[in-house]
Write a protein that binds this ligand. Structure first.
Ligand code: NAD
Length: 455
């Protein structure tokens, strides 16, 4: 362990903590410990593993407010969002606490004997987390990985390590054996890179940018290491003429400005049917202007600051080269504030329409019919999320089948439920998290044939 890194509250620009930047030796020590305890963790009986995960969920529940407040201070999330995020970790742990006794192999009819399969843990899993949703993304890997019998080393994003560190302490408090879940803070190119290169790590679960995702996938190829990638998005919110326009317009700001737009599932492309455009925009403009961008510790805050000044500069660079339709408002500072911003789209080839902006910016565009809506939604390399607003369920399903994306909501802007699969099409990722099948991603299936015929 060499240096320390200051952690800054993005709403106040004040230093709130100082965290270790782990070096190679410290990272190796954590991985070695995770390896050492893996056989004992794998032997914990299913009922006891269930009990420990349930206890972990209960301890998280008992510290929900503390975790939420910590996230507000570290990440600038609104307190209401942060409470949901801490609750999501608890719920994911609770959901997967039921898995150890149900994650059973198969018996397959074959000639000459009996064939059975076992789901066996991989060993040590490395989870690499981005800064935009530190708690949920930690939980989505942690729950199924531990339930399937793996040990976990987790690297939080350099900017936002505080809740992960606290979750590590709470795991011990819940009775998880030392080494089963460890948090290693530090640089991506040191700690994260070591997760990729260390042979004891059997799987890397990475959530973050496409640029780093590609490097990780390439690195994992060296050892044919298992890898899950959850990457960027540029999702569409498609509004048809026959939708409940009032509901769609009231919801649309939160579909993109939630978490100040720093959300891989942000519906940052707003596609409105031409015949409904004027009516929709008349409702949408006041809804955007009503978004309460203020102190994230306040219960009434609906949007906090961006994570850093640099992130805000990047986001502003997209706005500077675009036509702004209208904006909401934001505090002056201190803090990395930016107003919710709505862009008109005259050129769909523009950077603002093509790239993931990762800030409170949405580009609005008209479409003439279903086919064009699908074609626009499918433009570009991403396919993570999206919404369709229509009262015609046949149309909604036709469009849902046409859009190349991992998760879609009809008449809703929700993206994530712990019991359903989540992940991306195209360059938005590889593999799925959450839901019952996530357990398969943390297991090897071993096939055993037992001959019963006398030869
Ligand atoms: P990032 O790629 O810069 O960093 C993600 C993590 O990888 C961090 O912990 C970082 O320290 C680490 N890292 C950096 N370089 C590394 C390397 N060479 N080897 C190993 N690890 C390394 O991403 P970010 O800026 O923290 O997060 C924003 C991105 O994450 C956005 O593109 C967003 O869409 C994406 N994201 C995707 C999902 C999803 O589920 N699909 C969810 C949240 C965020």
């Amino acid at each position: 362990m060499s240096t320390k890194l200051d952690i800054i509250n993005p709403a106040t620009e004040e230093q709130i903590a100082s965290v270790a930047v782990h070096d190679l030796d410290a990272t190796n020590r954590a991985i070695d410990l995770a390896s050492k305890v893996a056989p004992a963790w794998r032997r914990v009986t299913p009922v006891d593993r269930s009990r420990l995960l349930r206890r972990f969920a209960d301890v998280v529940d008992a510290h929900l407010e503390e975790l939420a407040q910590l996230e507000v201070a570290n990440s600038g999330h609104t307190i209401s969002n942060a409470r949901w995020e801490a609750g999501n970790v608890r719920d994911v742990l609770m959901y997967y606490s039921g898995a150890p006794e149900r994650h059973s192999g198969r018996q397959i009819p074959v000639a000459g004997g009996v064939d059975i399969t076992f789901y066996e843990p991989l060993g040590v899993v490395g989870i690499i987390v981005p800064w935009n949703f530190p708690m949920p993304i930690a939980g989505w890997g942690l729950g199924p990985a531990l339930a399937a019998g793996n040990t976990v080393v987790l690297k939080p994003a350099t900017l936002t390590p505080l809740t992960a560190l606290r979750l590590g302490e709470l795991a011990l408090e819940a009775g998880l054996p030392e080494g089963v879940f460890q948090v290693v803070t530090g640089d991506g190119t040191m700690v994260g890179r070591r997760f990729v290169t260390h042979p004891a790590i059997r799987k890397v679960c990475f959530t973050g940018s496409n640029a780093v995702g590609r490097v990780i996938m390439e690195g994992c190829a060296e050892q044919v290491k298992r890898v899950t990638l959850e990457l960027g998005g540029k999702s569409a919110n498609i509004i048809f003429d026959d939708a409940d326009l009032e509901k769609a317009a009231a919801s649309a700001p939160y579909a993109v400005f939630d978490n100040a737009g720093q959300d891989c599932c942000a519906r940052s492309r707003l596609l409105v049917e031409a015949s409904a455009y004027e009516r929709f925009m008349t409702l949408f403009e006041p809804a955007v202007k009503a978004v309460k961008v203020l102190d994230p510790t306040s219960d009434s805050s609906e949007m906090g600051p961006l994570i850093t000044a640099a992130q805000r500069d990047t986001v502003r660079s997209y706005v500077d080269e675009s036509d702004v339709a209208f904006c909401g408002s934001a505090p002056e500072g201190p803090g990395y504030w930016m107003a919710p911003t709505v862009l008109e789209t005259s050129n769909r080839k523009s950077r603002a329409f093509q790239e993931e902006i990762f800030g409170p910016v949405v580009s609005v565009v008209r479409f003439k019919d279903e086919a064009e809506a699908i074609a626009i939604a499918n433009e570009g390399p991403y396919g993570l999320s999206g919404s369709i607003w229509s009262r015609d369920i046949g149309r909604a399903l036709r469009v849902a089948r046409g859009v190349e994306t991992g998760t879609l909501s009809v008449n809703s802007n929700s993206s994530v439920r712990y019991s359903t699969p989540f992940g991306g099409f195209k360059q938005s990722g590889l593999g799925r998290e959450l839901g019952p099948d996530a357990l398969l991603g943390f297991s090897e299936e071993k096939n055993v044939f037992i001959a019963t015929e006398e030869s």
